[in-house]
Design a protein around this ligand. Structure first.
Ligand SMILES: Nc1ncnc2c1ncn2[C@@H]1O[C@H](COP(=O)(O)OP(=O)(O)OP(=O)(O)O)[C@@H](O)[C@H]1O
Length: 616
């Protein structure tokens, strides 16, 4: 047990050190100035104002003379007969002077701390965001999108605010405590009141017990608050991205109920955290009051006068104030830990698809693909691809067909190395994809999917995503090959025509053409058409079929399509069923040999006739 707690302490110290090194050290210069500002503000308000008040009143009301050095300074500037009046004015002016010093120093403290805080927030968010981009699809599959958003936006903000404030308090409060204890020791040494001093210090120690207890309670509550915040974001994100279906299935009330439940859980957790937090100050004040009463009693027994007691009470107050604040720091650090755990969960997440140490590249990118006895499952114990063993020579157009869930998209996921095989290997031009740099591999594969992602910007910008360094002429050539120019010239704006968010303002066929133009521009040896025409009606599909055939020519092409009209250009068809390739051949061969292929084909024929399209 004991060992465990020591280990726990060590790890939180190590964690604090790591945080300091990583996020605050780059701002150490600014932080020093912020702390200096904080110390000046604390000293000028904690000591300056009471001392000034204590010195001012006797001078102004009782005519008490100034200290000799102060009188000498004033006499440099004023004649002796004006000295009494100037003394009163100069003494009165000390108060606003101290307030100005306090105001300026606390401005420096708050301003610089906020500046550091925003810098830390930027670093933290960038780090988490970069990690999201690097992590594998398997990681993203396992996480709720809203929760990832909450970790990126809320947890980082929480950590930033607390981290900077704690660093500030951890420097200023111990200094104040040391100063007050120094005063007490001095008093004890001159007036032999060691007993009171010892009793006092003991009670300062006792204050730590409620602080630690409440700290543990707050950590537990903070964990629940943050996870319920993540759930809340997920609910919102799901709702905003499925508005169409929510209306179509009349799920509005169910969504409101879900949101209400989540928000209640969040509020209940927050109330729990606030309850413990609010208990801390009264508890410490109670302990302080006992200490004060004990001092009074012991003082009374030792014949202490009122003046001595006032000095001791002030020093005791100066001791308890930092202890209280350090207690709040301790508890804040505990709640920060909860946020840190959530951020570290992302930052320390292992990459399921790691980069090789010494990446290899093929002697020539021709587009030959080989699956060698590949087995794969999204979860270790439920296989989705079983013993896939085939070779696709460069330039071959291959269609993947099969019932829903057969593994067609998974096949492509393995080729692009979005996931790693469990056993066997996937090779491109003779090299295992695990030995290639991921970026290098993907720069040789052009992917055209059912719902191409189009961004707010011009048509040219959207095409240029295929190859960011392409010239205007190359972008226009790609647009011509994919028949983008047939619709952009309608409005006379050409390639500078603006597209809204998610391709707003373009029809499905037009979006798909922009996406084909990207693939033309990328000019990769391997092309993947993943249900590229599924969202188009038969007429639009027929219209872009020519561009697709032009794009596929000379490249190793994989086509996933439910409509057989799209796969008539295939040299070879792979029929997948339950993760296995159950038939492999041309259309004619499969019609003769594969009952599953025949069945899929006949079903599709009936659908095509119902839709009024040409039979394929
Ligand atoms: N991200 C994932 N996590 C877990 N299982 C998955 C994931 N993606 C797919 N699967 C499962 O893997 C199997 C193969 O899915 P895949 O998407 O490859 O099939 P498909 O042939 O492309 O289907 P469809 O024609 O419906 O798109 C299915 O059982 C599916 O439920």
């Amino acid at each position: 047990m004991r060992k465990q707690s020591t280990e726990g302490q060590e790890s939180s110290i190590q964690r604090a050190r790591a945080l300091w090194r990583e996020y605050l050290l780059p701002y150490k210069g600014t932080l020093v100035w912020a702390v200096v500002g904080g110390i000046v503000a604390a000293v000028s308000s904690g000591f300056g104002i009471p001392v000034i008040l204590q010195e001012m009143f006797p001078v102004i009301f009782d005519g008490k003379p100034l200290p000799p050095w102060a009188e000498r300074v004033l006499l440099w500037y004023v004649s002796p007969e004006n000295l009494p009046l100037v003394t009163v004015w100069a003494t009165a002016a000390m108060l606003p002077l101290v307030v100005v010093v306090r105001g300026l120093s606390s401005f420096v403290n708050v301003y610089l701390l906020s500046k550091i805080g925003l810098g830390v927030l930027e670093t933290l968010r960038l780090k988490v965001y970069r990690k999201y981009q690097d992590l594998s699809l398997a990681f993203h599959d396992r996480q709720q999108k809203g929760d990832l958003l909450s970790r990126l936006m809320q947890d980082t903000q929480f950590l930033q605010g607390g981290l900077v404030q704690i660093a500030n308090d951890l420097i200023i409060q111990p200094l104040t405590l040391l100063a007050a204890l120094g005063f007490l020791i001095y008093r004890a040494s001159v007036s032999e009141q060691f007993l009171i001093l010892l009793a006092n210090m003991l009670l300062v120690g006792v204050c730590v017990i409620p602080i630690r207890y409440i700290g543990r309670k707050m950590l537990a509550r903070a964990r629940v608050v943050q996870s319920s915040q993540g759930d809340l974001s997920s609910t919102l994100q799901e709702n905003f991205s499925s508005q169409r279906d929510i209306r179509a299935f009349e799920l509005e009330q169910q969504q409101i109920r879900l949101f209400r439940d989540r928000i209640r859980r969040y509020i209940q957790a927050s109330i729990g955290a606030v309850r413990w937090q609010s208990l801390l100050t009264p508890l410490i004040e109670f302990v302080s009051a006992i200490a004060m009463a004990a001092t009074l009693l012991v003082g009374n027994m030792n014949g202490m006068n009122m003046g001595d007691f006032a000095a001791l009470a002030t020093a005791m107050y100066l001791c308890y104030e930092p202890v209280k604040k350090l207690g709040a720091v301790h508890n804040k650090a505990e709640t920060l830990n909860a946020g840190l755990e959530r951020i570290n969960h992302v930052l320390n997440a292992p990459d399921d698809v790691p980069e090789p140490e010494n990446p290899r590249i093929p002697a020539a990118w021709k587009g030959e693909v080989e699956f060698r006895n590949v087995c794969f499952g999204y979860q270790q114990d439920s296989p989705v691809m079983r013993n896939i063993d085939l070779r696709i020579p460069s330039g071959q157009v291959v269609a993947l067909v099969g019932p829903s869930g057969a593994g067609k998209t998974t096949f492509i996921n393995l080729l692009c190395r979005f996931y790693d095989v469990l056993s066997g290997s996937v090779k491109v031009d003779g090299i295992d994809v695990r030995e290639m740099s991921k970026k290098e591999l993907l720069s040789h594969i052009a992917l055209v999917s059912q719902y191409p992602v189009l961004f707010r910007g011009s048509v040219a910008d959207n095409i240029r995503i295929g190859r960011p360094d392409a010239s205007d002429a190359e972008v226009e050539e790609a647009g011509r090959m994919s028949a983008v120019d047939s619709f952009i010239n309608e409005t006379g704006e050409g390639y500078s025509r603006m597209i809204g968010e998610m391709g707003e303002g373009l029809s499905g066929g037009q979006r798909q053409r922009v996406s084909l133009a990207r693939a033309f521009l990328k000019n990769a040896p391997i092309l993947v058409l993943d249900e590229a025409t599924a969202s188009l009606d038969m007429k639009s599909e027929e219209q872009i079929q020519k561009e697709i055939e032009r794009l596929a020519s000379g490249r190793t092409t994989f086509i996933i399509a439910h409509r057989f009209s799209t796969i008539r250009m295939a040299d070879r068809i792979l029929v997948l069923e339950k993760g296995r390739v159950v038939a492999d051949g041309t259309h004619e061969e499969l019609m003769a040999s594969s009952p599953l292929y025949r069945e899929l084909y006949n079903k599709q024929q009936m659908v095509a006739e119902e839709e009024g399209g040409a039979p394929c």
